[in-house]
Write a protein that binds this ligand. Structure first.
Ligand SMILES: NC(=O)c1ccc[n+]([C@@H]2O[C@H](COP(=O)([O-])OP(=O)(O)OC[C@H]3O[C@@H](n4cnc5c(N)ncnc54)[C@H](OP(=O)(O)O)[C@@H]3O)[C@@H](O)[C@H]2O)c1
Length: 218
């Protein structure tokens, strides 16, 4: 991903999506970001929470990313996922930054996976079958994101974040992005291994170093 061609799409312009956008923009990566609101209605919100991010329609979130970084971050509450058209992100590497919360009424396909105690990213990989799903960025709180992203620091001094994905190339792309954003990415294996990143897992919302994550990786 060169400086000139780097555009990342983000679906969801709430607490998480705008925190990711700020770190990307600080790293010199352009951001196209979508919410339920039309782009014009999102402009004021972005001026405050992610100045420099480009508001787009959900349907256009991957338009520039697809031909540059290839990456789109999913930062929409899981209860809203039926409203996200899988075609919007077809052909991308889709970073699943979402989490399951008990107060959310989940789409049937996702609730079925939760009932079977499957990692939710595996259900997302089925739903968004034309994208390569990688789980990342879900286990750090937006309130800690700005300070935790330290692109100027040595890798060993940075906060470590886990990455899980079945496709090696896709996982590598996401790890490269996290390095640019200022983290120390650690592969924990395939999507099935991403279970340890979920809210009831040992990695969730903990300030971790590489060795802490490796202790739990398969
Ligand atoms: N908050 C955190 O610290 C954090 C950190 C990591 C991961 N996460 C995960 O990220 C997800 C989002 O959390 P959040 O805290 O950012 O939620 P949030 O503050 O409520 O923001 C949700 C965003 O998603 C947008 N959205 C909803 N339906 C959409 C759709 N169909 N198409 C496009 N955008 C849509 C909303 O649009 P409108 O603005 O138009 O309503 C809003 O911008 C959750 O699964 C959460 O667990 C959160």
């Amino acid at each position: 991903m060169s400086e000139l061609e780097a555009v990342v799409g983000i679906l969801g312009a709430g607490r998480a999506g705008t925190a990711f956008a700020r770190a990307l923009l600080r790293a010199g990566i352009a951001v196209d970001i979508a919410s339920t609101r039309p782009p014009r209605a999102l402009q004021h919100h972005l001026k405050i929470y992610a100045p420099g991010a480009e508001p787009v329609l959900g349907a256009d979130v991957a338009a520039r990313a697809r031909t540059s970084s290839g990456l789109v971050i999913l930062a929409v509450p899981q209860e809203e996922l039926d409203e996200v058209d899988p075609d919007w992100v077809a052909g991308t590497v889709l970073i699943d930054a979402t989490n399951t919360w008990q107060d959310e009424l989940l789409p049937g396909w996702l609730q079925a996976a939760v009932d079977e105690q499957l990692p939710t990213s595996m259900a997302l990989a089925g739903r968004f079958g034309a994208a390569r799903v990688v789980k990342a960025l879900n286990h750090i709180a937006h309130t800690e994101f700005d300070d935790a992203a330290q692109p100027g620091a040595e890798l060993t001094q940075r906060r470590a974040l886990a990455v899980a994905g079945d496709d090696d190339d896709a996982r590598g792309l996401v790890m490269g992005l996290l390095v640019r954003m200022g983290f120390d990415p650690v592969s924990v294996g395939g999507l099935a291994a991403g279970r340890i990143m979920e809210p009831d897992g040992p990695l969730f919302n903990r300030p971790l170093r590489r060795e802490d994550i490796l202790r739990f990786a398969r």
